[in-house]
Design a protein. Structure first.
Length: 225
């Protein structure tokens, strides 16, 4: 299990780096949100630049920290459920767990954030999640996606995540090349999804992204930690 945890956590770190490098001048969603755990609202709420953007006070920051610790503990224990599963089953299980963790985190965050902060957090999350944001039930409802669109979009997301994992597994010897390929894959996956949307849905999606936010990720021990 340790090898699985190390592999998935390494993938998370690489995807985070891809998000940062892909951001300059980028308005559309295209950041992180891949098949790993720990990548979502809890990570955003514990990021110094996001805390600054949301104007969190000291009490809110402490509650965000506690929420992050809870999410990490849940993440570690959830890996046990992936033992012995093949690729398809593991992907489905990871997706289910990620969705549950995201829903729980959003629900708890609403307990200490005001409505404007929740709205902005969702905007930043959608920007960073890229194609995977379309798995969020709230976004699906806002865009009024029909069953045919949901099925087509899910197929794109699944293919993208599988390719992402393959690029990561094959590119550990050349990290920069792997990150460039992953960034391009994320861009193309989102473009493929947008092709499935009507003009009105595209406009609604753009509104859900809000104003562009350039997130900063500090190294351990650096500023904002």
């Amino acid at each position: 299990m340790r090898k699985l945890i190390a592999s998935l956590m390494a993938l998370v770190l690489v995807v985070l780096t891809v998000a940062v490098q892909a951001q300059p001048g980028q308005r559309r969603g295209g950041g992180f949100g891949g098949p790993g755990f720990g990548v979502g609202v809890t990570m955003l709420l514990n990021n110094a630049s996001v805390q600054e953007e949301l104007k969190l006070d000291g009490e809110q920051i402490e509650k965000a920290r506690a929420l992050g610790e809870q999410a990490r503990e849940r993440m570690m224990s959830s890996f046990q459920e992936l033992q012995g599963l093949d690729g398809a089953e593991r992907f489905a299980k990871m997706r289910d767990l990620r969705e549950k963790m995201h829903a729980e985190a959003v629900k708890q965050a609403k307990g200490f954030l005001n409505p404007e902060q929740v709205k902005r957090l969702h905007e930043i999350y959608y920007q960073q999640a890229g194609a995977n944001a379309f798995e969020d039930p709230q976004l699906q409802n806002e865009l009024k996606l029909d069953d045919e669109q949901k099925t087509a979009i899910q197929a794109i997301i699944r293919e993208s995540n599988q390719q992402m994992q393959y690029i990561f597994s094959q590119g550990q010897g050349n990290r920069e090349t792997a990150m460039a390929k992953m960034a391009e894959l994320r861009k193309k996956s989102l473009e493929r999804i947008e092709e499935k949307l009507t003009p009105d849905q595209k406009s609604a999606y753009s509104n859900l992204l809000g104003s562009h936010f350039e997130i900063r990720f500090e190294r351990p021990g650096g500023p904002g930690r």
